[in-house]
Design a protein around this ligand. Structure first.
Ligand code: FAD
Length: 475
């Protein structure tokens, strides 16, 4: 579509919204800051307008009007996404949920919280903490990433092992469909088989099915003890054995089990300018955390399990935190990985999931061809071991050839091409390595049923049909 046709259509949309929204709801021209044009990985096109609804009704009015004129909309939360789903494409109008920000209610007895889609994760965590409760998901972008974006991407993070993905926290959502229809399911009932459960449709579908405006989220008892350990181990096999053992021995306590390959551990502590907490030169490293309700017994179990691991040769060095300050210092190393990586220039990050039993096979399969394509590559691997989620990060100029190697390796071992960041625009060509043709065709059928004019996040997850400017031939 030409620039002229795009701007005519936006004018039509703005005209039909006249008098229906407040004055802060529409940003145009110089009032649109650059941030609206980017996600956390790259800059996209400047949106032709930014629409900032105050509430669910506003979202409904906006989508009904956009649908009527066929205006493509990019749905934006905190724009910390890492797959291009919230990064605008040319000709799009941004729908920012930033003003739907706030906690509506906490139900202490049911242990649930209802919040607006634009509420940052950290606000949910703090509101729960204030009531002596706990929110089970935590990610590095907690201060900016929002409830709506977390639902759109089905965010994961560091404690999936214990509390599950974001999906497991969602009791229900209020959402607006592409034609403006509002559906609301905020009763927070753990049991409700009254027909289809529509809320899961919006989880992990990256804003392509509808726009979440509010959500009812599950909370958990606040742990009375949280303690972590940094562990040096001889090999990946030892990491896997220790994980399997701790899952049994610390059942109900284990809350995180993070993996760090030796080079990323050494470079990160070096970058941070701190003394390495455990010996360098080991085969592999892990950061392990427990959360529990019985401090004395939980400490005893944790210490005994780690002592046994050393005695059995599964671990070669262990440092246990003895205070909240020490615990935070160990977590800082895990969080410092991103700072080290981002300080080194343009990074390519593959966020993949691999069946635990086939992780070594996957790593062996891809290493030789990657080294052949780019002998100079610098590869750093870390991840959420408890979930089989590797962040396979590289500095290389050969993205496409290496992506083929990684994703066909993933296909071979039955893994996922996106463990937690989503597909967006950046990985849609690789979806076929993880999903069958029938599965992708079914996703398209869902999209067409909910958004026949492809106005919402067009071209994310998979191509739009050619009639909507996409590359997909229609049969
Ligand atoms: C430093 C850093 C660390 C990170 N760590 C993790 C991590 O550990 N685990 C993890 O999973 N991710 C992580 N991420 C990725 C990112 O933070 C998550 O994907 C997060 O869930 C995105 O939230 P957001 O509000 O920024 O969403 P956005 O980037 O604005 O949007 C993400 C997707 O959700 C859609 N969306 C946004 N709002 C809505 C809505 N109201 N209704 C429907 N769809 C909507 C968008 O259209 C888009 O498809 C990290 C990112 C950074 C920068």
């Amino acid at each position: 579509m030409s620039d002229r046709a795009s701007s005519d259509r936006v004018n039509q949309l703005l005209k039909s919204l006249e008098g229906k929204l407040d004055s802060a709801a529409i940003l145009l021209g110089d009032a649109i800051s650059e941030g609206y044009a980017a996600d956390a990985t790259a800059k996209g096109a400047m949106p032709l307008a930014v629409l900032r609804p105050r509430n669910t009704q506003d979202v409904s009015v906006i989508l009904a009007a956009a649908n009527a004129v066929g205006q493509p909309i990019v749905v934006q939360g905190g724009r910390t996404g890492l797959s291009g789903a919230s990064r605008p494409e040319a000709g799009e109008v941004s729908l920012s949920l930033e003003r739907l920000n706030g906690v509506d209610a906490i139900d202490k007895a049911a242990q649930t919280i209802i919040a607006g889609a634009g509420t940052p994760m950290q606000i949910i965590q703090q509101a729960a903490d204030h009531e002596n409760l706990y929110f089970g998901v935590d990610i590095g972008a907690r201060g900016t990433a929002t409830v709506g974006g977390n639902i759109g991407t089905n965010a994961g993070g560091i404690r999936v092992l214990r509390y599950g993905m974001y999906r497991a926290q969602v009791m229900g959502v209020e959402a607006v469909l592409a034609d403006g229809t509002i559906i609301s399911s905020l009763k927070g009932l753990p049991k409700d088989n009254s027909g289809y459960n529509l809320s899961p449709l919006f989880i992990g579908t990256e804003g392509t099915i509808g726009v979440v405006t509010r959500a009812c989220l599950k909370l958990h008892p606040k742990p009375k003890i949280e303690r972590n350990a940094f562990v040096a181990l001889p090999s990946l096999a030892a990491v896997q054995e220790l994980l399997a053992r701790l899952r049994v021995e610390l059942s109900g306590l284990l809350s995180a089990f993070e993996l760090l390959f030796p080079n990323i551990y050494e470079k990160t502590v070096n970058y941070m300018g701190i003394r390495p907490p455990v010996e360098t030169g080991a085969g592999m490293y892990a950061m392990i955390e427990i959360q529990g309700q019985s401090p004395d017994q939980d400490n005893e179990r944790f210490e005994a399990a780690l002592a046994q691991a050393i005695e059995d040769g599964l671990a070669t060095d262990v440092v246990l935190s003895n205070s909240m300050r020490e615990s935070q210092a160990l977590w800082a190393i895990r969080d410092g990985i991103n700072d080290f990586l981002f300080s080194n220039g343009v990074l390519i990050g593959f966020d993949i999931s691999v069946p635990l039993g086939r992780m070594q096979e996957f790593l062996d399969t891809v290493k030789v061809p990657i080294d052949a394509i780019d002998p100079e590559n610098q590869t750093y691997i870390f991840g959420h071991m408890g979930d089989g989620n590797l962040h396979y990060c590289m500095f290389t100029d050969h993205y496409e050839a290496i992506a083929e190697v990684i994703f066909s390796g993933i296909q071979k071992v039955g893994g996922g091409v996106s463990a937690e960041h989503g597909i967006g625009t950046d990985k849609k060509h690789y979806l076929k390595y993880a999903r069958s043709e029938a599965e992708i065709a079914t996703m398209r059928r869902m999209k067409t049923a909910f958004d026949p004019n492809y106005i919402l996040n067009r071209g994310r997850v998979f191509e739009a049909p050619a009639s909507f400017g996409g590359a997909l031939e229609q049969h």
